[in-house]
Ligand binder design. Structure first.
Ligand code: ATP
Ligand code: MG
Length: 439
């Protein structure tokens, strides 16, 4: 493939072609969204990432060669268009482009595997099978523009607050917290696993003296069940901070969620409109519901739940119905939380663990951690795990480990709360579930 010649460079995204560009020549690049040939005049809608613009070709006024090129176009072909902007009451943006030159970069095959316009609603499986076309739809690309803004805000937030971004290994020798959700892989002569959480490594970074760290990375979980909120590959936003307790890191999470919402509302208003979402900025501290209270609330709705059990799906739904937006669930029973969670000193059957919920959806789990080596070793054994398998991790607790706390926030689930989507598959470009490993 030869390089693009200098005179075929984009001057404007379609959105930037407006009244201010009237009478000037512009070059836009994009996909042929629609062609309407009325004989004496041909309209072509050209779409790019930012929007659409109408090409208008009165067949008597443009060259015969150009008319022929336009008539050969097929939907979803990729073209470059050079032309003069002209005001037009009828065109979608109030302006249209009268073509001077068209360059065909790629002629699309017909028929298309799915309709990229929003006219025909396709099932999620059909959409995912042809995801590259599905993603051309503004209602779909908006989800990812919002996600990009969310992740950017997360990075800015952590950097501004003195956190170091780290990258921990995803090929690991042992489980983070037990083996059930692990994907085993062949690692030369050994068995290894895909990382289900950066938990152990981000804690080791506390011993390393990094003080405050964050990571945005993939986590892998062999989730057995097929739900609307689990995938086998998800992105987790993780933080860990030394000399902080659970209350302090809950505040960090609270502030972060609010900042993301403010930024998304400010910078993604078009995308929110496309999705039909009216995001509310939650004020101040999110409500706190203790686990004890949650059990009572859930039982009051005739959903049976004993103290000490994890929330069933029915329990999450019952609680979600009673709660508005984001809230923390605190003081979890130590027993049902992982070994690294700090028990309450005065009442050790309860812990310093919390979840951040959005209605009936868990979006984050966090806690103050056990930083005392002997207690940690004991707790690993209590969970029926072999402490010796955690040798490399435990060692970091023997030679200077500060008290610390942290959380993991599911980026895809968080995005569901920003975009109002019910199915996590929609918020991931190429989702991985039990039945899907391609594309
Ligand atoms: P759940 O109880 O909903 O299965 P979890 O308690 O097992 O979640 P954690 O280990 O606490 O999940 O992970 C922290 C966060 O990572 C979760 O709150 C969630 O936002 C996200 N997460 C965990 N597992 C998945 C998954 N399989 N798919 C998508 N996101 C996930
Ligand atoms: Mg959890």
């Amino acid at each position: 493939m030869t390089r693009l010649s200098d005179d075929w460079r984009r001057t404007h995204y379609t959105k930037e072609v407006d009244e201010s560009t009237t009478n000037s020549e512009v070059t836009v690049m994009g996909w042929v969204h629609e062609i309407r040939d009325l004989g004496g005049i041909i309209f072509v809608l050209i779409r790019d990432r930012e929007g659409m613009i109408q090409l208008t070709a009165p067949t008597k006024e443009v060259s015969a060669e150009l008319v022929e090129t336009i008539r050969k176009l097929r939907k979803e072909s990729v073209i470059g268009l050079k032309g003069i902007v002209q005001e037009s009451g009828k065109a979608p943006n109030g302006v249209e482009i009268i073509p001077n030159e068209i360059k065909l970069f790629c002629l699309a095959n017909q028929p298309l595997p799915m309709d990229p316009t929003e006219k025909v609603k396709a099932e999620i499986d059909t959409r995912l099978d042809s995801r590259f076309i599905d993603l051309r739809k503004p209602s779909v690309s908006s989800i990812f523009k919002i996600k990009s803004k969310m992740l950017h805000t997360v990075r800015c937030f952590f950097e501004k607050n003195g956190y170091l971004e780290v990258n921990t290994p995803k090929l690991v020798a042992s489980a983070t917290e037990g083996g059930t959700e692990l994907f085993p892989i062949t690692y030369f002569e050994k068995e290894a696993f895909l990382g289900q959480s950066p938990q152990l490594y981000k804690q080791m970074m506390m011993s390393a003296g990094f003080d405050k760290v964050y990571e945005i990375a993939q986590i892998f979980r062999a989730e057995e069940h097929d739900t609307l909120r689990h995938l086998n590959e998800a992105v987790s936003i993780d933080m860990e901070a030394s000399f902080m307790d659970d209350v302090e890191v809950m505040k960090v999470l609270n502030d972060l969620v609010q900042e993301v919402i403010i930024n998304v509302k400010e910078d993604c208003s078009e995308e929110l409109k496309t999705l039909g979402i009216d995001l509310e900025t939650p004020e101040g501290h999110f409500e706190i519901v203790t686990y004890d209270d949650a059990v009572d609330m859930i039982n009051s709705k005739d959903v049976p739940m004993e103290w000490g059990e994890d929330l069933s799906r029915a329990a999450e739904k019952a609680l979600g119905d009673m709660m508005d937006g984001y809230y923390f669930l605190t003081e979890w029973p130590t027993e049902i939380k992982p070994f690294y969670v700090m028990p309450n000193e005065k009442d050790p059957i309860k812990s310093h663990a919390f979840d951040l919920m959005y209605k009936d959806l868990e979006i984050s789990s966090g806690a103050m951690r056990v930083h005392q080596h002997d207690l940690l070793r004991e707790k690993i054994a209590e969970k029926g795990l072999n402490p010796d398998a955690f040798g490399g991790y435990l060692k970091a607790f023997e030679y200077g480990m500060p008290p610390h706390s942290g959380w993991g926030l599911g980026a895809d689930r968080f995005n569901m709360t920003l975009t109002g989507l019910e199915n996590i598959r929609e918020t991931v470009l190429f989702p991985r579930d039990r039945r899907r490993l391609t594309p």
